[in-house]
Every structure is written in C-alpha cells, then in structure tokens.
Ligand binder design. Structure first.
Ligand code: GLN
Length: 240
C-alpha cells in the first residue's frame, strides 16, 4: 500500500515538553505498522505552510514563554484551523496549545495571550501549579492516563463538552473535576506523558478519523497492546 498520511505538528520548537514528541512517534508508528506512509510536517514561525494535504493536527505543551513567542503566529492560522476543525479533521492539542485553542490565556504575570476560539474556554494563570499523574474517565475512549504540570486554570463555557471526568489529579482546574475539551473531532487536554503511547484507543481514534476522511477506511487492524496497557497501568498506579 502506498497511502500517505500527513501530520501537521504545530510549532514544535516552542511547544514540545514532557514527552509530547512521543505522541507524534506513536501516531506515526501505529500508521506504519498498518502499512501507511507518514509525513510529519512542522508548522514553524514565519514559514509558509499548506494545510490542504493535512490529515491530522498535533500541538504540544510549552512554557508561558514559548506560548508568548508563537501565539501571534498561531492566531494568524486561526481561520484555517477552525475551518479544518469544522470539517472534521482530527486534532490533538495538549496543555499550552490546548489553552491557546480556547479564547485565550492570561498568564500569572498578567500577559493576555489570544487564542483561536476552537474551544469555548478561557484560561487564567494562578499561583498553584497542578502537577502529577492524572486519571480521567471518558465516554468515548474509556479511562485515560497522563501527567499534568500547569498553572493555567481552564474554565469551560456551560455548553462546552469536557474530554472527561477527573478520577485522580486536577484536570482543567482544581474544582470542576473536569478535564479537557472536545469539539467535532478535535481534542484538547492537559495530559502529557506522552499521552498516546499509554492510551492506544485514543491514538487509534485519531488515526481512524483521519483515514476515514482521506481513504474511506472503516476499521483498523488491531495491534498488540501489551506494552501500552502495562504503561497505562503503571502510570495509573503511581501516587499523584
Ligand atoms: N504554560 C502553561 C501553564 O503553565 C502550559 C504548561 C504546559 O504546557 N505544560 O499553564
């Protein structure tokens, strides 16, 4: 098979911490093991980018300083990214990028970083950092596990669906017990770790959504999940 899948990686120089790159590796490997060719294309500051050929979008987390540098460029890409979200392109955005996929992030220093309004969320930096292993119960992907480290607290608008309910850890904020946000096929979450190697169901959901759109694929060949399951178990059993 010579099918190509194109993954856009948003601003990896500024936004790539706590193993986020592992998500790209996980997506690529799971596609390659099933016979697809993968090209990962970085969206970089000041460089042209053609989103027409993109099947899946990924964006990692970053320090406030990294967000400050890349956010004006992301905002310029806002219209095309929103259009892709509405068209059902699967996206996974983590922590710092998740914050900027909402309406904006006010840092603890009082800087206002605009977002691209994909999610109906706002984020405000607070003194308490939320750090530790997180367990989240979701209706679509079952129980997912990851690691969070953020000072931004994200508030969801009343009609904004979360990714899931927090079983352990903080998630969007210390009070709501809700984690992440979803819209169409796009997922925002605080979970690093990296997330996808430990949560193969979520990885395969993103992959299948991309393959359905591009190649009308209806199901994925199952892969051995022993290592992934034991990584998830070990992460879930660690104290917070
Ligand atoms: N800078 C943001 C915060 O601390 C995001 C951190 C991250 O991406 N882990 O809230």
């Amino acid at each position: 098979m010579n099918h190509i899948v194109t993954i856009a990686h948003l601003y990896p120089r500024e936004m790539n911490i706590y193993g986020d790159m592992g998500n790209i590796i996980s997506l690529s490997k799971r596609l390659e093991w099933r016979g697809y060719r993968v090209q990962v294309k970085a969206v970089e500051i000041g460089e042209p980018f053609n989103f027409d050929e993109v099947d899946l979008v990924f964006g990692g987390g970053g320090q406030d300083s990294g967000q400050l540098v890349m956010c004006p460029y992301l905002v310029k890409r806002g219209p095309v990214l929103r259009e892709m979200v509405n068209a059902g392109v699967p996206m996974l955005v983590i922590c710092g990028m998740y914050q900027l996929f909402g309406h904006g992030f006010k840092t603890i220093d009082g800087q206002e970083l605009p977002g691209i309004d994909v999610f109906d969320t706002t984020t405000i930096g607070k003194k308490t950092r939320m750090i530790g292993n997180v367990i989240v119960e979701t209706t679509r992907f079952g129980r997912i596990v990851g690691f969070e480290n953020h000072s931004g607290q994200t508030l969801l608008a009343r009609t904004q669906a979360p990714l899931g309910e927090v079983v352990q850890g903080f998630g969007n904020d210390p009070k709501s017990k809700r984690e992440g946000a979803t819209r169409e096929q796009s997922i925002g979450t605080y979970l690093h770790g990296p997330l996808l190697p430990k949560n193969p169901r979520l990885a395969d959901h993103l992959i299948l959504t991309a393959l359905k759109r591009r190649y009308s694929v209806t199901e994925l060949e199952p892969l051995d999940a022993r290592f992934e399951t034991s990584a998830a178990k070990s992460a879930a059993s660690r104290p917070q």
